[in-house]
Ligand binder design. Structure first.
Ligand code: PAF
Length: 283
């Protein structure tokens, strides 16, 4: 497995693979890889002849008061995980390689990016859409892999690919969880021991919501209230949002119907964590 840092090197490698008729999968990441990322790489290895993993902490998707400076980084560890999972190339560019000093072209999406995480992170999805577009242009993969943990990001990237006619398939992969139910995330490393225990409230509250839906409850307000009650009972937790939306449009719904995303963002101490589940409701 090779690690390269320039667009030119990626293009040369991919061109060589293409000349041999090989298919290419891309797993975009910000590094500090865990089992969740590994599941994306595993899927990519299963479905493609060659796999590129990008490791780039994208500065333009962080707000001014967010954790860009402290975001965890460990390229050696990431490389070991990629190698053992069977990836073929890591693209690890410097900021200057991705963004010229006078960079001024962005991909901005309306509607889907305004709710959920977009409410408190108004420039986040512009940063995601821009960097993901750049990665798609640089690697030109047949398929790209995104985790369902960032469900809004998955919906946004799918819509961008459709709207801008990118010629690739977006593959969504299930959430990978710790044994106690906490969704795997690079940001879990910020949690103290006490906070780590409290963080299980996210998956526990969603389990309550899921249980209600499975018992026939279709009123979004009732489901949100039940989820909120579980979270509010945890002293270290502070709700950012609890929402029930249509998964394609990310618009709030009153009555559950079709593909429904129940998503939450919760502060555990200073760390903001997200989690969700998706269910298809046949009316
Ligand atoms: O999900 C992430 O890690 C990032 O948002 C992504 C897709 C790699 C873009 O920087």
């Amino acid at each position: 497995m090779n690690i390269v840092s320039t667009v030119k090197e990626v293009r040369e490698q991919v061109k060589e693979w293409r000349a041999q008729g090989l298919s290419v999968g891309l797993v975009p990441t910000m590094g500090y890889l865990h089992e969740g990322h590994k599941s994306l790489i595993d899927k990519a290895v299963e479905q493609n002849d060659r796999v590129v993993v990008s490791v780039f902490v994208n500065p333009i998707q962080f707000g001014p008061t967010e954790d860009l400076a402290t975001y965890p980084r460990d390229l050696d560890r990431d490389a070991a995980l990629c190698e053992s999972a069977g990836a073929d190339l890591i693209f690890h560019p410097e900021n200057e390689e991705m963004y010229f000093e006078d960079f001024c072209t962005y991909v901005d999406m309306e509607h889907l990016t305004k709710g959920l995480c977009g409410k408190t992170r108004p420039t986040h999805f512009r940063g995601v859409c821009t960097v993901v577009s750049k990665l798609f242009h640089i690697v030109q993969p047949d398929r790209a892999y995104f985790g369902q943990k960032d469900a809004q990001q998955l919906a946004v990237v799918r819509r961008m690919v459709r709207d801008l006619n990118f010629d690739l398939e977006i593959v969504g992969c299930p959430i990978v969880r710790e044994e106690d139910g906490l969704a795997k995330s690079s940001r879990n490393t910020y949690l103290s021991e006490e906070e780590r225990k409290a963080a299980v409230v996210l998956s526990r509250s969603l389990a309550k919501g899921k249980e209600l839906i499975e018992s026939g409850e279709l009123d979004a307000e009732t489901i949100k209230k039940a989820i909120r009650e579980v979270i509010d009972a945890e002293p270290l937790a502070k709700i950012d949002y609890v929402e029930v939306v249509n998964f394609d449009t990310i618009e709030a719904i009153d009555t559950l119907d079709g593909i429904v995303l129940t998503a939450i963002a919760v502060y555990i101490g200073k760390t903001r964590l997200i989690d969700n589940f998706i269910m298809t409701i046949q009316s």
